[in-house]
Design a protein around this ligand. Sequence first.
Ligand code: RIB
Ligand code: CA
Length: 304
Amino acid sequence: MTPLPVIIDCDPGTDDAIALLLALASPEIALQAITVVGGNVGLEHTLANALALVELAGARVPVHAGAARPIRGEFTSAPRAHGENGLAGVTLPPGGGAAPGLAAEIIRAHLRAAPAPLTLVGIGPATNLALALLAEPDLAGNIAQIVLMSGARAGGNVTAAAEFNAWSDPEALAVLLAAGCPLTLAPLDLTHQALVTPSRLARLRAAGTGAALATACAILAAQPPHPTLPGPPLHDPCALAWLIRPALFTARPAFVAVSCAEGAMRGQTTIAPAPEETANALVLETLDADGFFALLGERLSRLP
Ligand code: RIB
Ligand code: CA
């Protein structure tokens, strides 16, 4: 199968870290660039973490800094879930330097120059992806698919109403939902099927002996326990697993909207089943969780 040309926009972030390692270990993904946004922690940490993760994987992928704050409103991080450094306190050897160019401009340049449409994966606040399309809307025609970990059918994880990525920059999510390109959404009700239970973590640890796998497991083990679930959800790798092994999922078309109003409902997403003709997203609904964790172990064990 021809590797899929992909750009990942992320805010590492513990689960972003696993998603990046999964992408870097998977031959199905030809990672063209990684762009970074402020989200789980500030941009200075998310950028340093992305650079260190590329180094840990022994990869050579350009990493570009992006937006430090949302299109509208203030920047708010999530250190409770990810720790002050964004990797639950696990420190990695530093990576190389960031590549020149700001995320939105780099995404535009890649979309303009790509010989075939690119896949964009957004696993943080969608600010960089939205800024690229706001500046050059016609580039939507050069996008094969946007895959977002964002939103929720009901409830939230940062407020009672909203999921963190959607809440952090709802205006950016609204831009992508209106862009008219194929868009696949992995909302909270999907990612909450990918729980890092102690037995799954033990099986992951046993999958190999490389430093990258050991580091991934150390990051997962250092996460705080989830207040209500039997293990922390592994949100962002679900977006990559959709591209690598779509058979792990079921999905249905829907019309997705996000509230940009100020107040308690800001960032709330509504996901209404819709026929393909009127849908603006394909929403992932179920996950074969054991198959997902088996894929994770098989791929992360390939890394050095
Ligand atoms: O709500 C989960 C999402 O918010 C994940 O992308 C996590 O990394 C945080 O950014
Ligand atoms: Ca993230």
